[in-house]
Design a protein around this ligand. Structure first.
Ligand code: C2E
Ligand code: CA
Ligand code: CA
Ligand code: CA
Length: 275
């Protein structure tokens, strides 16, 4: 048993070595990704559950690494956060999205994911303010998506920052609601404008009574706190019917549209809404 344990340890160590090397290479690539034009934004429509009208988009970052194909943000965002590169990347994302949205003839909303590292950086609010001035985007059209982990490191400082963001006229959504561990008190303590129910709760909502009960209670919470709720990751008509019956306000997911280049949504950003 002893030698077996040692063997397992050696195997684990070797696997770790590969992972560390891989991370180092990704970090190196990330350092130059913006300057080399490897980053781009894609947009996923968000719409009303009742009626289906598109109200805006969530902007999502994509990285195409030459010779390797595209790297998932679930892989590179944590590396960017740990290396501090997220500050530079996140600023690029904000500027890119605000400039893009400011150019749409229709005043649709746009949501941007902001990392905990950005929120805790002293220059964040000033940068956001400067980008809004520079791009002349109406701040009321911009929403920042934050997860609860963005708040817990230094809640007092996070609260002060969120209040400053609100004073700029920018909205704040709590992302991935239900996956953190102190959701309820955070909803009360921080000035959120919207709750986004994590897609893991939407999956199977029409088939699993426990999941359905959780989603119903989040919708009740939204009503009680007077916060609109948007369901993420809606893939089927059955999920949509459930959300409609339970009075969920907003939705996003493959059923309505996958994230794509903004040019794919030209009719939405330029056209007049269908009568
Ligand atoms: P998120 O903010 O929770 O974004 C939603 C994720 O769900 C996106 O994955 C989206 O493509 C995916 N999705 C949307 N609809 C569906 C659906 O119907 N079914 C399924 N299975 N998935 C759906 P993506 O683009 O791979 O992004 C993953 C995560 O990376 C995001 O999760 C967010 O946390 C982070 N991320 C992406 N872009 C940025 C960014 O610009 N800045 C920061 N800080 N984080 C970002
Ligand atoms: Ca998000
Ligand atoms: Ca989310
Ligand atoms: Ca997420």
């Amino acid at each position: 048993a002893k030698s077996e344990g040692r063997g397992t340890y050696r195997f684990f160590e070797a696997a770790m070595g590969v992972e560390v090397r891989e991370r180092r290479m990704l970090e190196h690539g990330l350092r130059h990704a913006i300057a080399r034009g490897e980053m781009r934004m894609v947009y996923q429509p968000q719409c009303h559950v009742a009626g289906g009208e598109v109200t805006g988009f969530e902007a999502l970052l994509r990285w195409r690494r030459p010779g390797h194909g595209s790297v998932s943000p679930a892989v590179f965002i944590p590396i960017a956060e740990e290396s501090g590169l997220i500050l530079q990347i996140g600023e690029w994302v904000l500027r890119e999205v605000c400039r893009e949205a400011a150019g749409w003839p229709r005043a649709l909303a746009v949501a941007v994911n902001v990392s905990a590292v950005q929120i805790h950086h002293p220059g964040f609010v000033q940068t956001l303010h400067d980008i809004l001035m520079e791009t002349r985007l109406d701040p009321a059209r911009l929403e920042i998506e934050l997860t609860e982990t963005a708040l817990i490191r230094d809640p007092e400082r996070a609260l002060a920052t969120l209040q400053q963001i609100k004073r700029l006229g920018v909205g704040i959504a709590m992302d991935d609601f239900g996956t953190g561990y102190s959701s309820l008190s955070n909803l009360r303590a921080f000035p959120f404008d919207k709750i986004k129910i994590d897609s893991s709760f939407i999956r199977s909502v029409d088939r699993n009574t426990q999941t359905a009960a959780i989603v119903r209670s989040v919708l009740g919470l939204g009503r009680g706190l007077d916060l609109p709720v948007l369901a993420e990751g809606v893939e089927t008509e059955q999920e949509l019917r459930f959300l409609e019956a339970e009075g969920c306000q907003g939705m996003q997911g493959y059923l309505i549209g996958r994230p794509a280049a903004i040019t794919e949504f030209h009719d939405l950003t330029h056209g007049t809404p269908a009568a």
